[in-house]
Design a protein around this ligand. Structure first.
Ligand SMILES: Cc1ncc(C[n+]2csc(CCOP(=O)(O)OP(=O)(O)O)c2C)c(N)n1
Ligand SMILES: [Mg+2]
Length: 365
């Protein structure tokens, strides 16, 4: 069985604060040393997953630049987490409901939300992020969307749909009451839901070693009578397989799975954060290079003879073209009006908001 390095024993301080807490739970992996699972992902899909991971990273870099130029607001990058974002979303069907957190642009993109909408969202524009895609708006409060995902899953089952719900959240989300309430309810009613926890080592400046006393996050599933799985979150093929299998199991009536995808946030929490103030560059460095999810999948595809240097260049060029087009399209939209801030919260505006709107319209702003 392949276990990542254990970094915390009784009375022993972790060498890296945000490093993984691992003890006895097996970690599911397809690529790399100590592989525990065969790859069942067809070549064509593996290549598509790779392309989308490159696209997500290209988008991320662009969004960071836009934020630095004042063209979008605060932005949470997913640098380092591309395998979990993209691998997981490819395992879903368009009928499935996605409940994302603020960092899950990659998963939303694969589910059908154009990057253009993500840019508009980051610009603070009103309107729907997801359009008619089966996805909730990205949740900024942590873990509040988990009970909603359970509700969506229950509703899908009641309506006889062939659909599950998946909630994306972080290691920090596991300390929220909503996480426990959602898992408990889902466990009792065997809701067809997948809880995808991205353990990226940090919740802003709080390392995962200060987030929980449990040896792993996946084992929390046991308390709720649901299945827990740990997967190498930097192994896109492994993530795909674990999500796919959890989905099939949920549809067959066997209930939810809590998946802990073990990954690492290589960048800042958001563009408003400076991680050099709380974590060692050495720790970050240990997750770059060979452990980088794009490098890993690229090397694997190369070994399989699926990806040539020419393909690689084309993938990068195409990604940049798409991202630039998305930015152009978003910036070509008419400017936002301050009146928009009164909309989109209530279906029917309550009297005090109507009053504020009228006062605002009557003022010289
Ligand atoms: C309910 C709630 N409490 C606090 C915050 C402030 N906050 C924003 S992100 C964050 C850390 C989240 O970390 P994690 O769940 O690990 O997700 P990550 O950002 O690493 O993806 C906190 C505490 C919030 N958004 N919502
Ligand atoms: Mg985190």
């Amino acid at each position: 069985m392949c276990l990542l390095r254990e970094n915390r024993g009784p009375g022993q301080q972790p060498s890296f604060k945000g490093a993984l807490i691992l003890e006895s739970w097996p970690i599911y992996r397809v690529m790399g040393d100590g592989t525990v699972a065969p790859n069942v992902v067809p070549n064509e899909l593996a290549l598509k997953i790779y392309q989308d991971m490159v696209l997500l990273r290209t988008f991320d870099e662009k969004a960071l630049n836009l934020q630095r130029q004042g063209r979008v607001g605060t932005f949470p990058p997913s640098l380092g987490q591309e395998a979990t974002e993209i691998g997981s979303a490819h395992a879903l069907s368009k009928q499935d409901w996605m409940a994302p957190s603020y960092r899950d642009h990659g998963a939303l993109y694969v589910h059908g939300v154009p990057f253009e909408n993500v840019i508009l969202f980051a610009m603070g524009r009103a309107g729907s992020l997801a359009g008619d895609v089966r996805a909730l708006p990205s949740s900024i409060p942590i873990a509040t969307h988990l009970p909603h995902a359970v509700g969506l899953a229950m509703a899908a089952r009641m309506q006889g749909e062939d659909a599950v719900a998946i909630a994306y959240f972080g290691d920090g989300g596991t300390s929220e009451g909503d996480f426990h309430e959602a898992l408990n309810f889902a466990g009792v009613f065997k809701a067809p839901v997948i809880f995808l926890c991205q353990n990226n080592g940090w919740a802003i400046s709080t390392p995962v070693s200060r987030q929980t006393g449990s040896a792993t996050l996946a084992q929390k599933a046991e308390a709720y009578g649901i299945r827990g799985r740990r997967v190498d979150g930097n192994d896109a093929l492994a993530v795909y397989q674990v999500v796919r299998e959890s989905r099939e199991r949920a549809l067959a009536g066997h209930g939810p799975t809590l998946i802990e995808a073990v990954t690492y946030r290589l960048g800042p929490h958001t563009t408003a954060d400076d991680p050099t103030r709380y974590r060692d560059t050495e720790e970050v460095g240990a997750w770059r290079g060979d452990r980088d999810p794009i490098v890993r999948l690229g090397a694997y595809l190369d070994q399989q003879g699926i990806l040539t240097a020419d393909d690689l260049e084309k993938i990068r060029v195409t990604a940049l073209e798409w991202v630039n087009q998305a930015v152009e399209a978003a910036e070509a939209m008419p400017p936002v009006t301050p009146l928009d801030m009164f909309e989109h919260v209530y279906a029917t505006m309550p009297p005090r908001l109507i009053q504020q709107l009228q006062d605002f319209e009557g003022s010289d702003r």
